[in-house]
Design a protein around this ligand. Structure first.
Ligand SMILES: C[S@@+](CC[C@H](N)C(=O)[O-])C[C@H]1O[C@@H](n2cnc3c(N)ncnc32)[C@H](O)[C@@H]1O
Length: 313
């Protein structure tokens, strides 16, 4: 494989040359989606949108852009994720800044957002009230900000154990004009959370500790350990959060958890052990586009008149 510093840009003058050399170099370094990453990094080097590359293949790269591209390619060839190199990730139409304390938000997590939006549409808020959302372990703020952007009447509290993550989430809220509808609280799960919520969302760390070392370097070496490590069997966070749900959920509220690909049944069983009511695990709303079960939704009571679990879906 090509060593990180060896991607040769010396013959490049135009966007077309740079895309070709960057794709070949990243591919030789073993990067799977080399062409996609090359487009991101050439656009980053030129400080333009990726779409602008297509319309201007003959555009010249000046020395500064070439230098920025060479450095970015060396970092990517050494398996640093594109989002960390460019400092941002797009999630549900929002551009989110990242730092070393935040998980790089994943497309998988859109399933939590979709399930929460579906349930939000069925929750009746008392006259004059507003839909209250609680996001536990907010990281960049991906889930809560996507929900607030889609639900103009809602308000939220977002928590994290990491002060550095909360700072980034706050900046992201400001950037998208959502900061006046979200309160950030540093808390170990529900310890310092007060109030009651119609929707609780959480994508907690759920990788079993012993499996982290075997993940791709982009994850194992770049996502913060606190965002990944779910303890010996991956379920520590669910064990800490689920018993506390009756204290923070409104009577007909819902908690929606992202889970690892094989954890849904165990998380649902934990909820049942605490006299909570999980939605049926085969509910289509809890699956991603590939049909994989990625979420568990839990209610405090099975007698929610507004929710028709699964019928007609
Ligand atoms: C898998 S990341 C999810 C980040 C974000 N919600 C997302 O979906 O992109 C888990 C988050 O939980 C936070 N976290 C870890 N342990 C925590 C704890 N004990 N209490 C609160 N947050 C915690 C981490 O700092 C991290 O931001």
């Amino acid at each position: 494989m090509t060593p990180a510093s060896d991607i040769d840009l010396s013959a490049c003058q135009t966007v077309r040359d740079a895309l070709r050399a960057a794709t070949a170099g990243l591919s030789a370094a073993g990067i799977a989606d080399a062409a996609v990453d090359a487009r991101h990094l050439v656009a980053y080097a030129l400080q333009c949108e990726r779409t602008a590359l297509l319309s201007a293949p003959e555009r010249a790269l000046d020395a500064q852009a070439m230098n920025r591209l060479a450095k970015a390619l060396a970092r990517r060839a050494a398996r640093e994720p594109v989002s960390r190199i460019v400092g941002a990730r797009a999630f549900r139409g929002l551009t989110l800044a990242l730092n070393a304390a935040t998980l790089d938000p994943r497309p998988d997590t859109e399933t939590v957002v979709d399930a929460a939006l579906g349930l939000a549409a069925e929750i009746r808020v008392k006259d004059g009230g507003r839909l209250q959302i609680l996001d536990l372990g907010t990281g960049t703020g991906a889930i809560v900000l996507a929900l607030l952007a889609a639900l103009p009447g809602a308000q939220a509290t977002a928590t994290d154990i990491s002060a550095a993550a909360l700072e980034v989430a706050h900046r992201n809220a400001d950037r998208h004009g959502l900061a006046d509808r979200v309160r950030f609280v540093r808390s170990h799960w529900l310890e310092d959370v007060t109030g009651r919520y119609h929707l609780l969302v959480a994508n907690p760390p759920y990788i079993p500790s012993g499996e982290i070392g075997a993940l791709e370097p982009e994850v194992a070496e770049w996502d913060p350990r606190a965002a990944l490590d779910g303890g010996p069997d991956g379920l520590d966070a669910y064990r800490a959060i689920i018993p506390e749900l009756p204290r923070v959920l409104e009577p007909h509220g819902w908690a929606i958890f992202e889970v690892g690909h094989d954890q849904a049944a165990e998380v649902a069983a934990l909820a049942v052990n605490h006299k909570l009511v999980p939605a049926p695990l085969d509910w289509p709303r809890l699956r991603d586009l590939g049909g994989n079960r990625r979420c568990v939704a839990v209610a405090t009571s099975g007698r929610n008149p507004k929710i028709n679990l699964g019928i007609g879906e």
